[in-house]
Design a protein around this ligand. Structure first.
Ligand SMILES: O=C(O)CCC(=O)C(=O)O
Ligand SMILES: [Fe+2]
Length: 316
């Protein structure tokens, strides 16, 4: 049951046999190994997780399209005191992109507060879709995180670490550039959070390989893309790779995507466990608080490697 490569991105099947997701089973151990290898080598992989029905994805995209048709003044009401959490719209540098963040959407009241803000009479059906989708994406994220911790030999940290997470759900729209010349939709970046679980309708996302090659992600029905963020990279003492990625747009079709980012709770320190530090793996990053780092990053976007500048130990 080797890993399959599609367009250079590893593909892991979580839905082959239900026993594979039973902790401790042979299938589980095999998946742990595949997930670890993919996160080390590419920092991302595609995963089939058929607990999320295709109809839910369809409803989600329909709701997301309606959402972006809401008046700009209403969308701008979606504000947050946290950087990169609210409304991002039609920035003159990246005019194709529009995006909205929904904090802790797996909590029904939070999802409802968002849909009540966007629609005058709320939108109970989209609220339910959004909430169900974010709960399932949270479950998938939890499984993957468990697999990563187990494969790193630090399973015992899993409970505290999962318990101490927040989630931010983002919906994205990239307007069609009406050109065959690739145009930037979202500039090159690394995610700052723990893990990102992403679903997209049409091609556009590209991931930079360690060898410096841009790899196009080919979206497929039912396949999520999982991306390692800088918090997990730092926590794992650099073992897990946080890849650079970007969105490039061509053609005449708008692109929609949605993702859920797990983020360390703002009160806890992202701190490398002592088990992951030894002579061969000296400590790379000092403990930091996620939200403080996000604010630092927001104010220092010009830096080539903001995390290393912020909390890097020695020359990283
Ligand atoms: O829309 C996408 O496919 C990618 C979005 C992304 O990378 C992000 O929001 O961090
Ligand atoms: Fe990203």
């Amino acid at each position: 049951m080797g890993m399959i490569f599609e367009s250079g991105i590893k593909f892991i099947d979580f839905s082959k046999d239900p026993n594979d997701l039973v902790e401790g089973s042979e299938g589980w151990k095999n998946l742990c190994k595949q997930v670890k290898e993919a996160c080390e080598s590419h920092g991302c992989f595609q995963v089939v997780y058929d607990k999320v029905p295709a109809t839910l994805h369809d409803e989600m995209f329909k709701g997301v399209k309606d959402l972006f048709d809401v008046r700009d003044e209403t969308k701008q009401k979606n504000i947050s005191c946290k950087p990169c959490h609210g409304y991002i719209g039609k920035d003159s540098n990246f005019p194709l992109l529009e995006s909205l963040g929904i904090e802790n959407a797996p909590i029904l009241d939070k999802a409802r507060a968002f849909t009540d803000l966007m629609w005058p009479n709320g939108n109970p059906s989209f609220c339910e879709t959004l909430n169900s989708m974010s709960i399932m994406m949270k479950e998938l994220e939890g499984i993957i995180r468990k697999m990563i911790f187990e494969s790193l030999g630090v399973k015992e940290y899993c409970n505290t670490n999962i318990k101490d997470s927040d989630y931010i759900f983002r919906v994205m729209k990239y307007k069609a550039p009406f050109s065959d010349h690739p145009t930037i939709g979202l500039p090159t970046h690394t995610d700052k959070n723990i893990l990102t679980i992403l679903y997209e309708d049409i091609q556009g996302l590209e991931v930079l390989s360690k060898e410096g090659k841009w790899i196009q992600v080919v979206p497929k029905q039912g396949k999520f893309l999982v991306i390692v963020g800088e918090s997990l990279m730092a926590w794992s003492n650099g073992r897990m790779h946080a890849p650079k990625h970007r969105v490039m747009m061509t053609g005449e079709k708008d692109r929609y995507s949605y993702s859920q980012f797990s983020t360390p709770n703002e009160l806890v320190y992202v701190e490398t466990p002592k088990e992951l530090v030894d002579e061969d793996h000296p400590l790379l990053y000092r403990p930091f608080k996620f939200l403080e780092y996000l604010r630092y990053f927001d104010a220092n976007m010009h830096l080539a490697n903001p995390l290393a500048t912020y909390v890097g130990v020695g020359k990283v």
